[in-house]
Design a protein around this ligand. Structure first.
Ligand code: R5P
Length: 292
């Protein structure tokens, strides 16, 4: 027996997953007190396998508590709990980059299993290293093939797929192979103290008459993509598309990206946003089917 429970930020996705799996959908109600605490209630106690669907944005900390609460509550009556967390926050803090920093990825991993998750499904987790911190099995799916399929239809001219940093060069390669294009990755450096970014790119490319597809796991402030867009512009490129799995798009990120010359922002619905073009519910359903 399968039951899907939709958390505040992922109800649409949860309903789609329940419909595809042809199983029961149980709603959750969230009240936020003036001091910021969340009070969560579920409309029915699930039996058998419970699938909790809750992304962790906006408000990373609050939605993390919400997903932990849902897991802990459903674990009381269900025999196992699969936590579907399409965007899993804190995965960038996977190392002690500067002395005294906390490896929060590891702590989040421990919290999820302590709450009662027996399995975690996510999409394009930021850190492969962080996967090792989980003591329950984790399935990391990817929106990249679907994002690439979408871009295939954009009629980009002799596109160059560009990752703003070396971390995503493998994904950029995968993306480029799907659309039959070339790819490159920039050497982005972040000052660990100030957070300031720079791109160490000495060579200028000739991109005249070519469109550029920037691709990353997430766009937060947009600064990484803005730097990459500026570099691409300096190489005389045509249109610039900014593609990501997780559209955090904090503050004026969208506007700033457009000011930097980005023609279109394309994202998946791991986080609800008007730039969503790709639905990840089928990717997640497939991953659930493999374990249920
Ligand atoms: C960093 O390593 C990530 O992959 C993204 O590049 C980064 O988090 C994006 O952040 P922002 O949009 O603030 O530059």
């Amino acid at each position: 027996m399968l039951t899907v429970i939709g958390g505040l930020e992922s109800k649409n996705l949860a309903k789609k997953i329940a419909t595809t799996l042809d199983c029961k959908y149980v709603d959750s109600m969230t009240t936020v007190f003036p001091d910021g605490e969340s009070k969560i209630t579920i409309s029915e106690a699930p039996r058998g396998t419970a699938i909790v669907v809750q992304t962790t944005y906006p408000h990373a900390d609050a939605s993390l508590i919400r997903v932990l609460s849902l897991i802990s509550k459903t674990k009381k009556t269900a025999s196992r709990v699969i936590a579907v967390i399409p965007y899993l926050c804190y995965m960038r803090q996977d190392m002690e980059f500067l002395p005294g920093e906390i490896v929060t990825s590891r702590m989040v991993a421990k919290l999820l299993s302590a709450a009662g998750a027996s399995k975690i499904i996510t999409v394009d987790i930021h850190s492969k290293l962080a996967i090792n911190y989980f003591d329950v099995p984790i399935t990391n799916t990817s929106a990249v093939p679907k994002l690439a399929d979408y871009l295939k239809k954009s009629h980009a001219k002799r596109p160059l797929v560009m990752a703003p940093d070396l971390f995503w060069s493998k994904r950029a390669k995968e993306f480029a192979e799907i659309i039959g294009a070339e790819h490159t990755a920039l050497n982005k450096q972040r000052d660990r103290k100030t957070g300031k970014l720079k791109i160490l790119q000495k060579k200028s490319l000739d991109l005249s008459g070519r469109d550029v597809i920037l691709i990353d796991d997430m766009i937060s402030t947009g600064n990484s993509m803005i730097l990459a867009a500026q570099y691409a512009k300096s190489c005389n490129c045509g249109r610039i598309f900014a593609v990501c799995t997780h559209p955090l798009l904090v503050g004026n990120a969208e506007e700033n990206l457009r000011d930097a010359g980005v023609k279109e922002i394309i994202s998946s619905n791991t986080i609800l946003h008007k730039t969503n073009r790709i639905d990840v519910s089928d990717i997640i359903t497939q991953a659930i089917s493999l374990i249920c």
